[in-house]
Design a protein around this ligand. Structure first.
Ligand code: DHK
Length: 145
């Protein structure tokens, strides 16, 4: 199984941006950790990070065409993007996706409590730091196995 991990806007700033909220681990470190967990679980992973909505949508289309499950942290597009939801609907109808947030969005500003994506996700992980990505990876391995 191959799983695509997508990170949206500002997640390239992990480790620098609001470390008290998002932690001090960089995205490169997160990707290294996920790659090593994936190897132990016997799956492969690909990574996309973009600050641009259209690029994220293109990546989702690629996953839908290939039948890949998706783990996505949509960043701020979580709370704004009907277009990203429409793209993810195809993945939801196929291999499925898990929405991950590093921070507990429900304990922050009220606007972060609404996601355009959660209603079509297999599940949502929020507030468990970067471990959330690895938990989502385990979910797909167990769901498949
Ligand atoms: C990341 C962001 O960039 C925010 O816009 C979301 C999410 C929360 C996170 O917790 O990973 O509101």
């Amino acid at each position: 199984m191959h799983i695509l991990i997508i990170n949206g806007p500002n997640l390239d700033r992990l480790g620098k941006r609001q470390p008290e909220v998002y932690g001090s681990t960089t995205l490169a470190d997160v990707e290294k950790r996920i790659t090593s967990s994936a190897a132990s679980l016997g799956v492969t992973v690909g990574f996309v990070q973009s600050n641009h909505e259209g690029d994220l949508i293109d990546a989702v289309h690629g996953a839908a065409d290939n039948g890949y499950p998706v783990i996505i942290n949509p960043g701020g597009f979580t709370h704004t993007s009907v277009a990203l939801r429409d793209a993810l609907q195809e993945v939801a109808d196929g291999a499925g996706f898990v929405e991950v947030h590093i921070s507990n969005v429900h304990a922050r500003e009220p606007f972060r409590g609404h996601s355009y994506l959660s209603g079509i996700a297999r599940g949502v992980i929020a507030g468990l730091g970067v471990t959330g990505y690895e938990l989502a990876l385990r979910y797909f391995c167990e769901a498949e196995g």
